[in-house]
Design a protein around this ligand. Structure first.
Ligand SMILES: [Zn+2]
Length: 624
């Protein structure tokens, strides 16, 4: 049903695409009143130049970087259209619910459109808002005329912020009077590409600059203490910019801003743009080294997208407006290669401690190697299905598979990198392809689309190989195992030990997770909640299911220590591990047959081989 509906919309839009006409001769004036944003409502007032007659206005549906129809149409409320003093009725399209039809009265040259944005999600959670911070995504705050590519629609945006707040965005400010800011006219495409972060407590930290360009951290925090970032950490972000420029050799931004919200209310997220990224982390992310280590690749990942994703973009993700459906089949390049380089750049810049290199790849490989869903669903299908896989929950996620083009993409591109390095005796690497394909010469924020054939040709130019077959086998076809060859070629092998790696210990501690995936085959929180069960695992055979909660283990109240103690004690014994489990209000014993003891994924060096993991993650620039 969903697919049929999209197809219908696609045909409708193809008809609606006509050359630009007079209705957008002048810029749309977009006034956003976010002065009461902490109340969870933002007011929008637009003045559109129009011609009399039928007009269709769109609310953005397919949001760049979100890879799905994620526009929150349900949060557009209180829509009022007027021409002078005349109220003009609107009618929602019955097939495309993101389209509004209006009959512009004769003699009308400008239309006033006003609406409100509700900033709450389906479960009552606040969207991009805390008491001290707001993330303003312009696509939530604009209606635009159908029939014109968004790159051709000019907008003159203004915003009013809460008194005393500061802001950052890639837009250029023309005027500021107190809380009211006016920006220079821009295109709708660049407006949506310029998320604005604002807040009461902020700090701007210059990073690296050059001839006519700058880069900076723009931090917004729920508490001023979170802004007290050490010089040592700032130095690592400076190195991140240098490492990315050393990798790609050119940039496609004029200046770059990392907009970072430090908030436990808003939480962890990242959205890429050409000249900025909107990065969200925990409040203490930049002042507590453990917090940074557990997710150090956030800013490197989003920064990498400026090259892969924004400048070079899969052709079928490059749409002329926000209504035409995007096709996500090449996300194993867009996101997969970015996952690889985001991690690599985190290590090269020192943001992630080099001692964690083997641990990170061990966890990646092990989790992908225990996905029952991979026996029927190829990697390609996780990319094609991205629009619904992002929204899908964790229950039986290992059977469904998730957005595996990220983690498996990281291993896939390590595979490619090690093939090139091994085949050229270290003279060439994936970096050479990245530099040629995503670097080139300096440009402003432009889009150059690519196809799968373009990627294959670029790899062949660096190292001739049957890349077409390689991707056919590893991406298109079902593979029972992830590309573990990548690790072997890098000089390492995946093993299981009875002690967790330092990185796993750190990450589980921060995620409130208890490791049980490689023993009982379940995903478990520190409160005993089961979020996933691997089909065929000891846990599944015992009858455990997502949503159940382990209350006691062998008669003793559940805790991480009690659980781990029971796993150890069961080794070599014939007695089952007895779990007392709550399932939707009922309590019952679940005996689990498991006797192999603790198992934690680790990497082990293969003696006598070259260590390519260390070579790949070593800084390219001089560290200082
Ligand atoms: Zn990404």
């Amino acid at each position: 049903m969903r697919r049929a509906q999209l197809l219908g919309a696609c045909v409708l839009l193809a008809l609606a695409f006509r050359p630009a006409h007079a209705q957008i001769a002048a810029p749309i004036v977009l006034n956003v009143d976010a002065s009461n944003v902490t109340q969870g409502i933002v007011h929008v007032r637009e003045t559109l130049p129009v011609e009399p007659g039928p007009l269709t206005l769109y609310f953005p549906k397919w949001i760049p970087g979100e890879h799905g129809p994620t526009g929150r149409i349900e949060n557009l409320v209180d829509l009022r259209v007027t021409a002078g003093r005349t109220v003009v009725p609107w009618r929602r399209d019955t097939l495309d619910l993101y389209a509004f039809h209006i009959d512009v009265p004769s003699g009308t040259t400008t239309l006033e459109v006003a609406f409100d944005q509700i900033r709450y999600g389906r479960n009552g959670e606040r969207l991009g808002t805390s008491d001290k911070i707001a993330i303003i995504g312009w696509n939530d705050l604009v209606l635009y005329p159908a029939g014109v590519p968004v790159a051709k629609i000019e907008v003159r945006p203004t915003i009013t912020l809460p008194a005393g707040w500061d802001y950052a965005t890639a837009l250029s400010q023309e005027r500021r009077e107190g809380a009211a800011i006016e920006f220079a006219p821009t295109t709708l495409e660049m407006l949506v590409d310029s998320t604005l972060d604002a807040g009461q407590f902020s700090r701007k930290i210059p990073l690296v600059s050059g001839d006519g360009w700058t880069s900076e951290l723009d931090l917004f925090a729920d508490d001023p203490a979170a802004l007290d970032v050490s010089d040592a950490t700032v130095t690592k972000y400076k190195r991140l910019v240098r490492e990315a420029l050393a990798l790609y050799g050119a940039r496609h931004w004029r200046s770059y801003r990392f907009l970072v919200t430090l908030s436990d209310v808003i939480g962890f997220h990242g959205l890429e743009h050409h000249e900025e990224s909107d990065d969200g982390a925990s409040e203490r992310y930049l002042i507590d080294d453990d917090a940074l280590q557990a997710g150090a690749d956030l800013l490197p990942h989003e920064f990498n997208h400026s090259w892969n994703g924004k400048y070079r973009r899969p052709a079928d993700l490059t749409t002329p407006d926000y209504q035409r459906p995007m096709q996500t089949d090449l996300l194993w390049v867009y996101e997969g290669m970015t996952q690889y380089y985001g991690q690599v750049l985190a290590f090269r810049s020192g943001l992630e401690d080099a001692k964690y290199v083997p641990d990170v790849y061990a966890l990646l490989a092990a989790s992908l190697d225990t996905q029952p869903g991979r026996l029927t669903r190829p990697l390609l299908d996780t990319a094609v299905s991205a629009p619904f896989l992002y929204e899908a929950g964790g229950a039986y996620g290992s059977l469904r598979r998730g957005v595996d083009f990220y983690p498996e993409g990281a291993l896939l591109w390590l595979d490619v990198d090690t093939i090139i390095r091994a085949g050229t005796n270290g003279r060439r690497s994936l970096d050479d392809m990245a530099r040629a394909f995503f670097g080139g010469h300096n440009t402003g924020p432009i889009v150059v689309p690519y196809t799968r054939d373009d990627v294959i040709a670029a790899l062949n130019a660096v190292y001739p190989y049957d890349w077409a077959r390689f991707f056919r086998e590893r991406v298109d076809e079902v593979q029972p195992h992830p590309p573990l060859d990548a690790l072997t070629r890098a000089g390492w092998r995946l093993v299981y030990k009875d002690e967790p790696s330092a990185f796993e210990r750190l990450r589980d501690g921060r995620d409130n997770a208890v490791p049980a995936r490689y023993t009982l085959g379940i995903s478990l929180s520190s409160s005993g909640m089961i979020s996933d069960v691997l089909v065929g695992s000891p846990g599944a055979k015992a009858g455990l299911a997502p949503g159940m909660r382990i209350v006691a283990v062998n008669g003793r109240a559940f805790s991480r220590d009690v659980f781990e103690g029971a796993i150890k004690a069961a080794k070599g014994s014939t007695a089952p591990i007895d779990l007392l489990v709550e399932n939707a209000g009922y309590f019952r014993d679940y005996p689990v047959e498991y006797h192999d003891g603790p198992r934690y994924p680790r990497l082990e060096r293969i003696p006598g081989t070259k260590d390519l993991l260390t070579a790949i993650t070593r800084p390219r620039t001089a560290t200082r």
